[in-house]
Design a protein around this ligand. Structure first.
Ligand SMILES: Nc1ncnc2c1ncn2[C@@H]1O[C@H](COP(=O)(O)OP(=O)(O)OP(=O)(O)O)[C@@H](O)[C@H]1O
Ligand SMILES: Cc1cn([C@H]2C[C@H](O)[C@@H](COP(=O)(O)O)O2)c(=O)[nH]c1=O
Length: 210
């Protein structure tokens, strides 16, 4: 029996308050309306164990090394339990953050040595056919003052969201650096526009996807 074609793996990224959740909800409906069999998940999290790690990561003080290791522990479980089985079945995976977030937050924001990031990425994501990475990553990009204003009206801040401005500035710069290094995989979306304008760009990007 032949196996189904591998599903597509799409991740969504951005600094806190960029509007990621808003666009994820819209993208999920958009793909389901196209008849695509899709799971939506998130990192850190996405499994029973991953959600417990998420609660620790978002709330408890810890060293940078511990933070990076727990992000990748959550990712290892998520890949094994959710992402790889879904892609093998032919389902698409729409993921709220993946390893670009570790590059942006832990390396960019907190100063984790990039060789440590690469070692963890290889350990957790390397398979016979190469590194498991999203086929496409969308980075929703906004200036800091816009993200801060959006967060101020919408939530109680967690451990990352309540970091200082310069932390968020470094995270944003690291996302943009990562996009420059991976132009074939990563698209930067100007999210400092109306939701309708952004959705119309998303519909253009995914018009041919089926
Ligand atoms: N383009 C936009 N223009 C104006 N307001 C927006 C826009 N996109 C999102 N918002 C609002 O900004 C706030 C934050 O949006 P959202 O929760 O989607 O972003 P996020 O913080 O990136 O997501 P997450 O919770 O996953 O970190 C919400 O109140 C949302 O309605
Ligand atoms: C995967 C991942 C996430 N983070 C940070 C980024 C966010 O502040 C939170 C997750 O919250 P969200 O509302 O779901 O965006 O976690 C990180 O620092 N490193 C990572 O690898």
């Amino acid at each position: 029996m032949t196996s189904p074609p591998r599903g597509r793996f799409i991740s969504v990224e951005g600094i806190d308050g960029a509007g990621k959740s808003t666009h994820l909800a819209w993208l999920t409906d958009y793909f389901l309306n196209k008849g695509i069999s899709l799971i939506q998940s998130r990192e850190p999290g996405g499994t029973g164990l991953g959600e417990k790690l998420r609660a620790l990561l978002l709330n408890d003080a810890m060293s940078l090394e511990t933070e990076a290791l727990l992000m990748f522990a959550s990712r290892a479980e998520h890949l094994a339990q959710v992402i790889e089985p879904a892609l093998s079945r032919g389902d698409w995976v729409l993921c709220d953050r993946f390893s670009d977030a570790t590059y942006a937050y832990q390396c960019g924001g907190r100063g984790l040595d990039k060789t440590k990031f690469t070692a963890l990425e290889q350990w957790v994501q390397l398979r016979d056919r190469g590194l498991i990475e999203p086929d496409l990553t969308l980075i929703f990009d906004v200036p800091l003052e816009v993200s801060q204003a959006r967060m101020a009206t919408s939530r109680v801040l967690d451990r990352f969201e309540s970091e200082q401005q310069d932390f968020h500035a470094r995270v944003r710069a690291a996302y943009l650096e990562r996009a420059e290094q991976n132009p074939q995989r990563i698209r930067v979306i100007n999210a400092n526009r109306s939701v309708v304008e952004i959705q119309s760009e998303l519909a253009e990007i995914f018009a041919d996807y089926e």
